[in-house]
Each structure stands twice: as structure tokens, then as C-alpha cells.
Design a protein around this ligand. Structure first.
Ligand code: G4P
Length: 526
């Protein structure tokens, strides 16, 4: 098969949702449709239940298990679908943000009872930064949820994206009858079933057709006609191009647990969702059809056993053909790298692959050469952009409790940061080291792993910090002056970039007002 055909076949996406909205359930149903699994219940939720919420060892164990399900590949109607899993626990949100850099589109699941929740808002911000195409699936229609019009308004308002319903619910909760698909003019009748795989769809081009009344009764038929008229009047026609550019999100309604509306969405997904998109490097845009291979590492999964310190690096292929055992240029490194142990992720099996194509994700066994954000190429020296660090939310100073093990500590910290466990900032004055995370759990993870794998003992001392802001200025003198006058609050990130460590929101605002020539950024790429 030609490279172009391989590229056109691929769709790489992630499902994002606030915990409990139905991400795991939807994933499982998609895999069932794709024939990748045979029975329901095969996909384990990567959500942490309340009993183990603070037990990070348990979480790490689950993270270990979830390596196999980190990427789930399956074929559906001749399309190769790569579904990337995102961690369920919000303390690992940074992992999710990075996963989103490796997909071309997302499906966002919203619980119709709860509406838009906080985690969805945060994830959507990340999607918006890259204009990722978004399909919205409003789930749990078998429950008495909120009014669909209100839900759509909420999505537009809170997630700051235009919506366009492509299906519309008829009734809800106990009186839920089904959905009418506005895109292909089909009526999809609801029959609660956890087993049935295909939707019961009936084409009704004209809503005055008597078949409609036969199926749902005169009252629901009348309501549907009114709703459809209103929607077609209020919302402009669906424009697939606007969806591809991330400007409008098509919306579907359904009930994942009942297999309802999932098949319908998947059929539309393969028609409209983007294939492998072009990606920017610091110098130029790379298009997937380029003959030469290129890709970047967006995730690293470490083996926590100190005797087997191998790790799996997840590589997103951006252009050309990737081949096993071929030496590739490791742009940040000094020597070419060759990978003999390359796995693809089809269904829940990992298997060795000899080649892979743009849109694919492969797992590379690595002994410590790779870090998140690394670019591999056929030879060209370029680095992919778009894997920014975000300002952490919790900061603590690293206190070394065993001066004899300083070297081990430095090494351990460096490696853990390369895996993306947390972010390290080093203050310019006094070289104090500060670890920043989005959740409490990471501190326990780091402390344990430093001891267990590097024999270094640390404690963390809380710091009163609000945000880490990457700073820049067009005026070099102004930047130098700012760094000098605020030197007690200036640190460097792992790449040596300048960061202003702000103690509070109001103080940051004041500093921003006082230094109009300085730009403050909340991500490391700007
Ligand atoms: P998550 O991965 O987004 O965290 O959510 P998950 O799929 O685990 O779903 C959360 C809960 O919502 C599960 O119930 C699941 O069965 C339920 N659910 C998913 N889709 C629907 C739906 O369409 N309708 C209804 N009524 N419920 C739905 P649970 O009680 O937490 O777990 P379980 O014992 O049912 O597995």
C-alpha cells in the first residue's frame, strides 16, 4: 500500500471527559464495534476508586496495567483507528495534556445530568491551543438530565466553542424514545440493551412522514418537528471545514452503557474526523506525506523496578514510514538510535511491528536515551513544537536529607522530570530546587521512587507559590532589568528558560501592570 493510502486510512484521537461521565464505557463500546474486544467489561476503568484515591502505589500499579491500553488500535470499515487513553485521575492531568498533543481530534463526553464539569473545561483549553477538532457526545440520555438546549448553551459558554447538533434527542430519562439524526436524516429508536450492537435506524427524510408518528406517537412527533425547525433556524448548516479547524463542535446524544448512539457517532466520525494532520517544528511545517520519517515522544512509561530500568517511550509518527531496526537521528542526542523492540497497540495486545505510518503510535523500548518532547527523524535536524509544559499548581522545595547521595538525587530528579512526572525549577539565587505538580500524589511518587530506584532521600517543604510564568520580552534590556530587580523570584525550568515564580494572583497582576514590557506566559511554549 502506498504511503498516501496508509495515511488516509488513519484516524488518531482521544476521548476526554470529567471522571464518571462515561469515558471508559464509551471506549469499550467503540472497541466492541471495531471488533477489538468480544465482551463488555474487558476494558478496565483507569479511574481510581474512592478507596484507593490516596494510595498512589495502587495507582501506579494501575498505570502499569494501563500501558497495554494506553493506545488502542482497531479497524472499522477499513479505517485504522488509534484511540489514545488519558489518565482518569486528575492528579495526572499533565499526562493527559501531553497525550492531546499526539492526537488529531477528540471526542468529548458530557454527562447530561451534570453538564460541563471542571476537568472538561481544562482539557478543552488545551484542545483550543492547538485547534483540535472536537466532537461532543452528550451521554446518559436514559437518565433525567438537563434540557438539551441548556446543555448546548453551557457547552458554548463554558468551553468557548460553537456547537452544531447533528442529532437531537426525543424525550429523556424514562420517556427517552431515541434520537433523530439531522445529518443523515435517520430516526434512531432507543431500545435499552447492553448487548445489541447495531442501532435500529430508519430513514425519515420528511418529518411529516406518517412513519414518524407510527414510531414515536403524535406528541413526540410534534415536539421533534418543532425542535428540528428551531435548530435548523438557529444553527447554521454544519460546515465540516469549520469542524476540522476546531471552530465548531458537532454534537451527538446517546447512552454509552446502552450502546445507544455510539455506532451512529462512530459512522459520522470516520466520515468527518481529520486524518493525520501536519505538525510544526521550530523551523518548518512537516506534512505526513513527506517521504522522510519523523516523529516525537509524548509519553514515557518507566519500569519502577530498579533492576530493570527500561522504559517505554510512546512515539507519534508525523511523516514518512517508520521502520524497525533502522538507525534514526535523535535530534537532541549525539548518536543515532536504532530500535529493535517496537510495539504497536492493536486492541489490547501489544505486538512487535516492523513498520508504522503517520498517525500511528508505537512503543519503543528505551534504556534512558529518550525524554518527552524528543524528535526522531531520518536525518533532518528539527524539533517538533507543541508539547508545552503548563504552570503547575502545587510547589514544594526539595530538601536533600542525605548529603552523601547528592549525585544520585540529581540523577533521579533529572530522569523523573524527563519522564514528565513533575516539573523542576531551580531558583537563580541559592540554587534552591522546587518541584511543581498538578496534584499532591506526585510528591509521594517522587519521594518513593527517589528512595527506591536511586537510593536518595528527600523531603518536600511547602512553598507559598501561585504560578510559574515563563517570561519573555522584545526588549532585552527591559528583561535583564526585570530579572535583576526580581532576582529572588526568578528560576530556570529544565531547559534553562526563565521563569517568574509568582506568590499570589494579586501580586502577579501588580507586577504585570508595573512591567508592561515583559510578557508573562502560563505555558513553556509561546
Ligand atoms: P469514566 O471512565 O468517564 O470515569 O466513566 P465510566 O465509563 O466508568 O462511567 C461512569 C459510570 O457511569 C458507570 O457506572 C457507568 O456504568 C455509568 N454510565 C456510563 N454510560 C452511561 C449511560 O449511558 N447511562 C447511565 N445511566 N449510566 C452510564 P458505575 O456505577 O460507576 O459503574 P458500573 O458498576 O456501572 O461499571
Amino acid at each position: 500500500m502506498s504511503l498516501t493510502t496508509e495515511i488516509q486510512k488513519r484516524r488518531t484521537f482521544a476521548i476526554i471527559a470529567h471522571p464518571d461521565a462515561g469515558k471508559t464505557t464509551l471506549t469499550e463500546k467503540l472497541l466492541l464495534f471495531g471488533g477489538a474486544i468480544k465482551t463488555a467489561g474487558a476494558v478496565k476503568s483507569n479511574k481510581i476508586d474512592t478507596a484507593t484515591k490516596s494510595d498512589w502505589m495502587e495507582i501506579e500499579k494501575q498505570r502499569g496495567i494501563s500501558v497495554a491500553t494506553s493506545v488502542m488500535g482497531f479497524e472499522y470499515k477499513d479505517i485504522k483507528i488509534n484511540l489514545l487513553d488519558t489518565p482518569g485521575h486528575q492528579d495526572f492531568a499533565e499526562d493527559t495534556y501531553r497525550t492531546l498533543t499526539a492526537v488529531d481530534s477528540v471526542i468529548m463526553v458530557i454527562d447530561c445530568v451534570k453538564g460541563v464539569e471542571i476537568q472538561t473545561e481544562k482539557l478543552m483549553e488545551v484542545c483550543r491551543m492547538r485547534n483540535t477538532s472536537v466532537i461532543c457526545f452528550i451521554n446518559k440520555l436514559d437518565r433525567e438530565g438537563r434540557d438539551p438546549y441548556d446543555l448546548l448553551d453551557e457547552v458554548e459558554e463554558k468551553l468557548n466553542i460553537k456547537v452544531r447538533p447533528l442529532s437531537w434527542p426525543i424525550g429523556m430519562g424514562k420517556s427517552f424514545k431515541g434520537v433523530y439524526n439531522l445529518y443523515d436524516k435517520k430516526l434512531n429508536l432507543y431500545t435499552p440493551s447492553q448487548r445489541q450492537l447495531s442501532d435500529d435506524r430508519l430513514t425519515i427524510e420528511d418529518l411529516e412522514d406518517s412513519k414518524l408518528v407510527d414510531k414515536i406517537g403524535p406528541n413526540y412527533a410534534e415536539q421533534l418537528r418543532e425542535d428540528v425547525e428551531l435548530i435548523e433556524g438557529v444553527y447554521p448548516d454544519f460546515d465540516p471545514q469549520e469542524y476540522l479547524e476546531g471552530k465548531v463542535a458537532p454534537v451527538f446524544f446517546g447512552s454509552a452503557v446502552n450502546n445507544f448512539g455510539v455506532n451512529e457517532m462512530l459512522d459520522t466520525f470516520i466520515q468527518i474526523a481529520p486524518g493525520p494532520k501536519s505538525r510544526n517544528t521550530e523551523d518548518r511545517e512537516v506534512v505526513p506525506e513527506e517521504k522522510n520519517f519523523s516523529g516525537f515522544v509524548f509519553k514515557i512509561h518507566a519500569n519502577m523496578d530498579p533492576n530493570h530500568r527500561n522504559r517505554i517511550a510512546f512515539l507519534r509518527i508525523c511523516s514518512g514510514r517508520f521502520e524497525r531496526n533502522k538507525p534514526y537521528n535523535h535530534v537532541r542526542g549525539t548518536k543515532p538510535l536504532r530500535f529493535s523492540n517496537v510495539t504497536s497497540f492493536m486492541a489490547q495486545d501489544k505486538e512487535i511491528v516492523d513498520e508504522a505510518f503517520p498517525g500511528d503510535i508505537v512503543g519503543l523500548y528505551d534504556t534512558g536515551n529518550l525524554k518527552i518532547g524528543d524528535t526522531l527523524t531520518d536525518g533532518e535536524n528539527m524539533t517538533f513544537k507543541g508539547i508545552p509544559s503548563f504552570s503547575p499548581e502545587i510547589f514544594r522545595e526539595v530538601i536533600n536529607k542525605d548529603a552523601m547521595k547528592t549525585k544520585q538525587l540529581e540523577k533521579g530528579l533529572k530522569q523523573l522530570m524527563e519522564e514528565g512526572v513533575a516539573q523542576l525549577f531551580t531558583f537563580e539565587m541559592g540554587s534552591r530546587k522546587v518541584v511543581g505538580t498538578v496534584g499532591q500524589l506526585q510528591f509521594e511518587v517522587i519521594q518513593f521512587r527517589l528512595k527506591n530506584e536511586y537510593n536518595a532521600t528527600v523531603e518536600f517543604s511547602p512553598m507559598n507559590l501561585y504560578k510559574a510564568c515563563w517570561i519573555s520580552s522584545k526588549d532585552k534590556k527591559a528583561l535583564d532589568e526585570f530579572v535583576r530587580s526580581k532576582n529572588r523570584h526568578i528560576a530556570r525550568d529544565k531547559e534553562g528558560k526563565l521563569v517568574f515564580m509568582a506568590e499570589s494572583k494579586s501580586w502577579l497582576q501588580m507586577v504585570q501592570d508595573n512591567y508592561p514590557d515583559i510578557e508573562f506566559h502560563f505555558t513553556s511554549e509561546f
